[in-house]
Design a protein around this ligand. Sequence first.
Ligand code: EPU
Length: 438
Amino acid sequence: MDSFVIEGGKRLEGSIRVHGSKNAALPLMAAALLSDQPVTLRDVPDLADIRNMLKLLAELGCERQNEPGPNGSVGGTVVLRSEDESRIHARYDIVRTMRASICALGPMLARRGRARVSMPGGCAIGDRPVDLHLRGLRALGAQITLEGGDIVASAPAGGRLRGDTIFLGGPFGSTVLGTANVMSAATLAEGTTIIESAACEPEVVDLANFLNRMGAKITGAGSPRITIRGVDRLGGADHAVIPDRIEAGTFMCAAAITNGSLTIENCPVDALLAVVDRLEHAGVHLETMDGSDPFHATCRVTADRVLKPIEITTQPHPGFPTDLQAQFMALLCLADGNSIITERIFPERFLHVAELGRMGAHLFRAGPTVVVSGVKRLTGAPVMASDLRASAGLVLAGLAAEGTTVVNRVYHLDRGYERLEERLAPLGARIKRVPESA
Ligand code: EPU
């Protein structure tokens, strides 16, 4: 397993471009199962999860139609077409490598009338149940059982789901992929579906826009109430994936934690208002260039002094995203005073806490809350995290720490950030990948 070796303490300066969003691309790719026509997705990031999704779709008879990019890249433009609609089993072997495989359930059930998807297990950030996905699909008339660890779903007699009004709220708010699953399935249902307490995340809006291009009739995406009028069939579509708001937020933190100055291009500032608000409270300067499209803006982030402590509570969008909690914790380790971070989406998502402690951070956890007592410096250390965003937090800490930090098992990071080391090095970061065999 590869590691990153980081010599910290270098100020980052220069320009960096945000890539397409992983969490938008995965359900978009799964939506290709809803049609027998080719769909084209642009700006797909070159990531391990995308590779896994391509593998899963191929097993389900939905093949990539264009050649992959140079050097084996799976990203860029991806053309998908469902050619063999008889295959319906998303096997455990793939699902265990990528929880987002659950995205295939709704589209497959709606189009093929049946689906068998291995039940995703818990993961490093918590239990992560799928009860809300199943509740939504049952409301559309699906029969669902659990057989041998697989979710086995079938549409009512006649093979078509039927619209209904569905409440998708749970104890931790709505569900992003659950909303994606139910919304996708409802596009081909008979009649109208209303999803109440739908997730409002930008990735859900991107999916709705794509489905509408395919011929669906969806209104209200981005609000808690989404209405879907079912249609008989969906066609092909051509769509550019939105930029990754979490990658953009991570780059903002990279500028701030190194007292640097980064120009972030293709930055979805409009999807990051809670993040911008917190950074500004901490004393980071953000400037969006005049005339920029707020979803593809050019944004300069500068931090030239010790940051002020802040409070952060993760919430569903448009609140502060859980996927940036670890990165902000790294940042606040170096603020001048006590910050408080409360995790309201995944209350166990704190794998980075003990590792940051190994770098000299002062952190006190009580349940879903961590008090971050700012220190003057972090010191490099070997660290490891078994979660994507926790790893990103450790890389940020390593960029600011004195001495050498080795972040082990960066395959977690590679799931969500494309060649991060190659993109940070030209900005002044001393970071290199050390392959497992070295
Ligand atoms: N939940 C339930 N029942 C369900 C589904 C979810 O109780 O059936 C709970 C979860 O346990 C959690 C909360 O609801 O407490 C929200 O979970 P959600 O379903 O929204 O998460 P998800 O859709 O599985 C996506 C992202 C995550 C991101 C969350 C929250 C993808 C592929 N994953 O997961 O991204 O943290 O939304 O915003 O889109 C990441 O990129 O590192 C990542 C983990």
